[in-house]
Ligand binder design. Structure first.
Ligand SMILES: N[C@@H](CCC(=O)N[C@@H](CS)C(=O)NCC(=O)O)C(=O)O
Length: 226
């Protein structure tokens, strides 16, 4: 195949960084389509055809060699991209096999990042015009949600660094990616368990490659702007 199978619609300093990290972990062939959120390339008709929400990331899968038929396909939403790529990651083992016990924590944490941490964080930062009716909101306050993550890591006694224990998974990309930003932006203070977790994630070569790519793109933009 002359072109890589995956095309990631990406912008630096965005949620697309998790998808870049994911593809580096998965060791699958990919290319980046860079967007500039300031210039609004993600609102152009061509991109809205892929993701009508006009947000990054979006992942195009051209399909396996000789796929034809319904390929290419598009996956939007960071959590869906994680699930999709992890299932194809083979030896990189980003998803525990269907039917294995680790699958329970894997699915829980991956979805928790998108459906609890994300909206709870938005509530914390932007607040609400109205106080919600008790019990009507599907997530606890952000601090409590983070505490739950910290407790899960604490239960590992500091010995096993990841949410599933010794094994890293795509759930760590979703949860750890988010915790990494909020700690870096001083929105929460990292407990020792969360600090240990972030240190373990930051030490991963794939994470470092993704960060280096982001830095390269930012530097190229800054140079072009001068
Ligand atoms: N629910 C989406 C959110 C994606 C998202 O909010 N992306 C932001 C960047 S962090 C974006 O594209 N913002 C540009 C805009 O809305 O104009 C996901 O998790 O992938």
């Amino acid at each position: 195949m002359s072109e890589p199978r995956f095309l990631l619609h990406y912008a630096p300093w965005s949620r697309a960084q998790r998808a870049l990290w994911l593809l580096e972990e998965a060791r699958l062939p990919y290319a980046l389509v860079e967007h500039d959120l300031q210039k609004g390339t993600h609102k152009r008709a061509e991109y809205l055809g892929l993701n009508p929400d006009g947000k990054v990331p979006a992942l195009v899968d051209r399909g396996p060699e000789g796929g034809g038929g319904k390929w290419p396909v598009v996956v939007t939403e960071s959590a869906a991209i994680c699930l999709y790529v992890a299932d194809l990651s083979g030896d990189a083992y980003l998803a525990p096999p269907v039917g294995s016990p680790d699958r329970a924590a894997y699915m829980t944490w991956l979805v928790y990042a998108a459906s609890v941490l994300e909206p709870a964080f938005a509530d914390m930062v932007y607040g609400r015009a109205e106080t919600p009716r008790p019990g009507s909101i599907g997530w606890p306050p952000f601090a409590e949600a983070v505490e739950r993550c910290g407790q899960a890591l604490e239960q590992r006694g500091g010995e096993a660094p990841y949410l599933l224990g010794e094994r890293f998974s795509a759930a760590d990309i979703m949860v750890g990616g988010m915790l990494g930003w909020v700690v870096a932006w001083n929105k929460i203070e990292a407990t020792p368990a969360i600090r240990r977790y972030l240190d373990a994630l930051n030490a991963r070569p794939a994470h470092q490659r993704a960060e280096a790519k982001q830095a390269e793109i930012i530097a190229a933009r800054q140079a072009a702007a001068q």
